[in-house]
Design a protein around this ligand. Structure first.
Ligand code: MN
Length: 194
């Protein structure tokens, strides 16, 4: 069983005008598909790893019996596959507001507004390609905002993802060019959970 691209559970134009249809289609059918294809290619030599869920491969990344270049490819492309699969769910326009998470955010950051401010500041600081995440630290059970480079998946460092924003340029360049702050604003407009 090879890894496959999960279908987008809504239309490419569902997030217009904030996130445009062309960006969504390219992001899903080209960028995410490429992570899936390259993950499958990296696993080809290892029949015993085929069929293992992506979460398992990432959690066990350090111990996989694979060549180092393949470990890097599994981490990068597997992380890309894992992160994007979550991202499409976060953006789903049919999501409902999550009162439990809002309450926890308020308890942790003081208010939803203060959380968004800190999250935005963090997202603006990502240098190069990466993500800004709201995660739960598995050790302390506390929420925190965490930037991660490239396609590093939070679960690889004991962090359970709750919300993530892709700030790679491919996520916003067509519509917003270098104006990342406008893209971050658009993200909050489409997000229904918080
Ligand atoms: Mn992306």
């Amino acid at each position: 069983m090879k890894h496959t691209l999960p279908p987008l559970p809504y239309a490419y134009n569902a997030l217009e005008p904030y996130i445009d249809a062309q960006t969504m289609e390219l992001h899903h059918t080209k960028h995410h598909q490429t992570y899936v294809d390259k993950l499958n290619a990296a696993l080809e030599k290892y029949p015993d790893l085929v069929g293992r869920p992506i979460e398992e491969l990432l959690l066990d990344i350090k111990n996989l019996k694979v060549d180092e270049p393949d470990r890097t490819a599994i981490k990068n492309h597997g992380g890309g596959h894992f992160n994007h699969s979550l991202f499409w769910k976060y953006l789903d326009p049919s999501n409902q507001q999550d009162a439990m998470i809002e309450k926890e955010i308020t308890n942790t950051f003081g208010s939803v507004e203060e959380f968004k401010k800190q999250f935005n500041d963090s997202a603006l600081k990502v240098f190069g390609s990466g993500w800004t995440w709201l995660v739960r630290d598995d050790q302390t059970s506390k929420l925190k905002i965490q930037n991660l480079p490239q396609q590093d998946a939070p679960i690889m460092m004991g962090l359970t993802p709750i919300l993530g924003l892709d700030v790679w340029e491919h996520a916003y360049y067509l519509k917003y060019q270098n104006r990342r702050a406008e893209y971050i604003k658009a993200f909050w407009k489409v997000l229904k959970i918080i």
